[in-house]
Structures are given as structure tokens and as C-alpha cells.
Design a protein around this ligand. Sequence first.
Ligand SMILES: Nc1ncnc2c1ncn2[C@@H]1O[C@H](COP(=O)(O)OP(=O)(O)O)[C@@H](O)[C@H]1O
Ligand SMILES: [Mg+2]
Length: 220
Amino acid sequence: MVITIGAEKGGVSKTRLATHIAALAAFQGIDVILLDTDKQGSAMSWSRIRNEEGVSPSIPVLALPANPARELANLASKFSLVVVDIGAQSYRTLLECAQLSDLVLVPCGNDQQEMESTLSVFEALRGLDGRHQSGRIPAHVVLTRVSPKENAKATVELRDFLRGEGISVCQSHIAHREAWKATGKTGRALHELKGADRSPKAIREMQSLYDEIVQLANQE
Ligand SMILES: Nc1ncnc2c1ncn2[C@@H]1O[C@H](COP(=O)(O)OP(=O)(O)O)[C@@H](O)[C@H]1O
Ligand SMILES: [Mg+2]
């Protein structure tokens, strides 16, 4: 199984989602690897800090392969799950990896430019439908960093707008919560944070998204 997390823009939560999907899968005993295609190596950095802090399970990361799509095919034959974290400057890599993925997740926040960029990503992905073995790139938007208020009008409107454009949007979303910051510097996932960093609401949102993703991946 291959899950690719990508977008045209940086700072939309690609790496946070990728590391969390990998961590939750590893927690379930799934044989998972992260493929970090970002020059900044943020997923790699998270995993390194995780190892230094002695957090288990350890999550293997392969960083910056010369040919990500070819490496992806290779890893998919060795691991039960490959999670691909696409870099902000790696649009071509996103399009190549999408063709080989069982699920493509495109994070998008409540921001005009992110929304426009998401529309253009889906247009590009649609152009590649014929290159996917199922005849359709299995891509879905994940709303990230949205208002923590329940049923916030702006979030409902964003979801409705994207769906109106024929884009599938995950029902679960990720709200803007401070706990996400702590996951980067501690090498932990939300559910592994301790003390004041810990946020039960953030944990619930990520778990609910993970469950939805697993369901979607098995449907595709
Ligand atoms: N749900 C969230 N709430 C608050 N901050 C977030 C959230 N998701 C991501 N961030 C912050 O946004 C920044 C970018 O996240 P990151 O996952 O590295 O984005 P990308 O990989 O798309 O560039 C990080 O500083 C991260 O802590
Ligand atoms: Mg990143």
C-alpha cells in the first residue's frame, strides 16, 4: 500500500500528516517506511529526533532518492505501507508518485491561495487519471489547520466549495492546535506527547482521519 501526501504549497501540514500516518500505522504493528522527497528533510529530521529520544517504535525513513518514483516501486514490494512526504518544490515528484499510489492526500487550509493551488493540483491529477492502474488517481483533500470551533462556517463552506468542484474531501479534518508544533521538536506523534503539550482533541482528530484514510485506501 502506498499513500502519498502532497501539495503545491509549503507549510500546509504535509510532513505532519505523513509522519502521523506512519506513526499510527507503526503503532498497529504495520511494517511502514516514510519516503521523504523534500530537500529540507523534515520527515527525516523528525525520525532522527525520535530515535535520539528513544521513542518507539522507530520509523524508518528513506530520504531524497535520486528517482523517487522508481524507489517507490521498489519500497512498495518490501513494505506493507509506504508513506510519501512530498516536498514543496517537488511538484513533478507528486505527479509521478500519485500514479503509483493507492491513496493521494492533498492538505488544504482555509486560505484563498491554498484553495486555488488545490484546484490546480486536482486539475493536474485528473490529467493523469489514464496513467493510474484503476483509471483514476485516488486523490482526496484533507482540510488542515482549520478553525478548532466545531462546525465552523468557514470550514463547512470550504468543504462544500471543493466538493462542488468535484473534489473528494475527507470528512475528518485537522484543526489548528498548538500540540502539532510540539510533535516536530520532540520526534513524537500527538498521542505520544506528554504533559502540557498533550491535546486529547488533536489526538481524536488525527485518529478519526487515520481511520477514514484506512477505509478509503481499502475501498480504492
Ligand atoms: N494542525 C496544525 N495546527 C497548528 N500548526 C500546524 C498544524 N499543522 C501543521 N502546523 C505547523 O505548520 C508548519 C508546517 O507544517 P509541515 O507539516 O511541516 O508543512 P509542510 O510539510 O506542508 O511544509 C509547522 O510549523 C507545523 O508545526
Ligand atoms: Mg514538509
